[in-house]
Write a protein that binds this ligand. Structure first.
Ligand SMILES: [Fe+2]
Ligand SMILES: [Fe+2]
Length: 303
């Protein structure tokens, strides 16, 4: 084990950070629809040179809406997972109990925050943007897998939020300040979740048999495949939202190009950034080195 994560340190950091939803959105804190919401590293719309700058901006904002909806959706299965895990750990280490309950409370707050942003987006954007779901079905599918398999998938998700912020948002001066604030505040708390989920994964893996570990990595791949099917569907929705919002008629070739760019951007945002994250891979390696190699072999499809 190369890290020095502890429940106590994560709890203390979380208590220092603690923000409220109303600190981030509401009142004079509004989205500015003249600015992009997503960093280009994730949005990947500028390569579509046949779109005007205004159309690229609209597509960027649609990807921003999709990000809000996607995180709202994955947090819906992270919350019950963490609550269930905490329920089985309610005695013993006081710091662990409190850190896990804090983790769950923060994810509930994030679900609320992403919903508030979506409401504001919908009020200001002007046209409707569809999103995959319902969240209930996705939650049921993901949570039907073993606790270890689900915790590895969640660890992947926790690490990608850090990477999105650090690599694309923190030093970006072009983004809408309100959306940037959302990503910053999410990152601040996800920084503890990555550590806590690493501890969860390691603790669940420590009592698992070799077969259970093999199964968990198959489940991680199955959950990834399931999310990728959702991503393919969502890419079509994003393109349709773009057509509705701009009224732009796309030739078959142009539509294919827009769909391919959105799909590539989404796969990198939600799958590739996790499957290539050094810290995620480090934890995987600690459990089963061959699983790391398999993930690294699959990753280029999503990068
Ligand atoms: Fe979150
Ligand atoms: Fe999280």
């Amino acid at each position: 084990m190369k890290h020095h994560y502890s429940y106590q340190a994560a709890l203390e950091a979380s208590e220092r950070i603690g923000w409220k939803v109303d600190d981030i959105i509401g009142g004079d804190k509004r989205l500015d629809f003249t600015k992009p919401f997503m960093p280009e590293s994730l949005a990947q719309v500028k390569q579509l040179s046949f779109l005007t700058p205004e159309e690229q901006l609209t597509l960027n904002q649609i990807r921003g809406h999709e990000y809000l909806a996607m995180f709202g959706l994955v947090e819906e299965f992270i919350l019950p997972y963490v609550v269930n895990h905490a329920r089985s750990q309610l005695s013993g280490d006081d710091y662990r109990v409190r850190a896990l309950l804090q983790f769950a409370g923060e994810e509930a707050k994030h679900i609320h925050l992403f919903k508030r942003f979506r409401q504001e987006f919908e009020a200001g954007f002007g046209t409707k943007c569809d999103f995959i779901g319902p969240a209930e079905d996705i939650k049921r599918f993901v949570l039907s897998h073993s606790p270890l398999g689900v915790s590895i998938a969640i660890l992947h998700i926790e690490w990608i939020t850090l990477r999105h912020y650090i690599e694309g948002v923190r030093d970006n001066q072009d983004l809408d300040l309100q959306f940037k604030s959302l990503l910053k505040h999410h990152w601040l708390e996800e920084s503890q979740h990555t550590k806590l989920d690493t501890l969860i994964v390691e603790s669940v893996a420590s009592t698992a048999t070799g077969d259970e570990i093999d199964q968990a990595f198959q489940e991680y791949a199955a959950i990834g495949e399931f999310l990728d099917k959702g991503i393919q569907q969502q890419a079509e929705f994003d393109v349709e939202s773009f057509r509705t919002a701009t009224g732009r008629q796309l030739s078959k070739r142009e539509r294919d190009d827009v769909t391919a760019a959105v799909l590539k951007g989404m796969r990198w945002s939600y799958l590739g950034t996790g499957m290539t994250h050094p810290k995620f891979l480090e934890t995987v390696q600690g459990i089963k080195p061959e699983a790391r190699q398999q993930i690294e072999q699959m990753a280029p499809m999503f990068c």
